[in-house]
Write a protein that binds this ligand. Structure first.
Ligand SMILES: [Zn+2]
Ligand SMILES: [Zn+2]
Length: 246
């Protein structure tokens, strides 16, 4: 399994990276986890969009889904699509949300995407065994575990502290965990993790490695990493265009 970070800027695109988008490949199958603002541009530097086999959207906040709109433009007008619809897995309401993001009239985009509403559960996407749990976030959001070829990757999506996310990540090779909040007093519950909390989730789950991601451009990423490493030494920052063998 191979992970390529297409976008890792938290909460909004930043000067050094688009918003959330992760390409996961195994046995020639290309799965995108999230498609946030700016990601479709950067995606084209690493993969022909015609080669995207499926899309998984953790939730419908703008920084995780809005570049579905340029994907539709590309699919319809570039002349480079083979016309195949792309399976897209997302929380309930994605079809209307994404259609309206594309066009004010909200006309269907089912010529481009075959949308399946997800919940907490398990199913297969190509060669990946997929397992999801609801996270602690103001809108319906699902962390996802991908197992394939005896290896495993868990992506938190957006979440506050969550025992369910720890259970999902139990024994995973890599935990790709958000750490959007600096460690300051008065943080709201059920929104995001701090760097230290991301490290605590990795330690509690006994994962092999932690990739700290979704750090906003206005937060000190090195401080987020240092806080994670203080409790889980095998931590590193996810980097835009970084490639990680899992
Ligand atoms: Zn986010
Ligand atoms: Zn969010």
């Amino acid at each position: 399994m191979r992970l390529t970070v297409v976008g890792c800027s938290g909460s909004a695109p930043g000067p050094a990276s688009p918003a959330s988008c992760y390409l996961v490949e195994h046995e020639e199958f290309a799965l995108l986890l999230d498609l946030g603002n700016g990601a479709f541009g950067a995606l084209q530097a690493v993969l022909d969009p015609a080669m995207v086999d499926a899309v998984y959207l953790s939730h419908l906040h703008a920084d995780h889904c809005l570049d579905v709109a340029p994907f539709v433009v590309w699919h319809r007008y570039s002349g480079r699509s083979d016309g195949r619809t792309v399976p897209l897995y997302a929380p309930v309401g994605a079809d209307r949300r994404l259609a309206t993001a594309y066009d004010p009239d909200g006309g269907p985009i089912d010529d481009v995407f075959g949308v399946t509403a997800i919940g907490a559960g398990s199913w297969a996407i190509g060669p990946f065994e997929v397992t999801t749990v609801r996270t602690a976030h103001p809108v319906e959001c699902y962390a996802v575990r991908l197992d394939a070829g005896g290896r495993s990757l868990v992506y938190t999506g957006d979440t506050g502290p969550s025992a369910d996310v720890v259970e999902l990540a139990r024994g995973a090779d890599v935990l790709l965990a958000e750490a959007a909040h600096p460690d300051v007093p008065g943080l709201p519950d059920g929104l995001h993790l701090t760097g230290r909390q991301a490290g605590e989730h990795a330690a509690a789950a006994g994962v092999g490695r932690l990739l700290v991601t979704h750090v906003p451009a206005w937060v000190d990423a090195d401080a987020q990493l240092a806080a994670a490493r203080a409790v889980f030494p095998a931590s590193e920052l996810a980097r835009h265009a970084g490639v990680y063998d899992i």
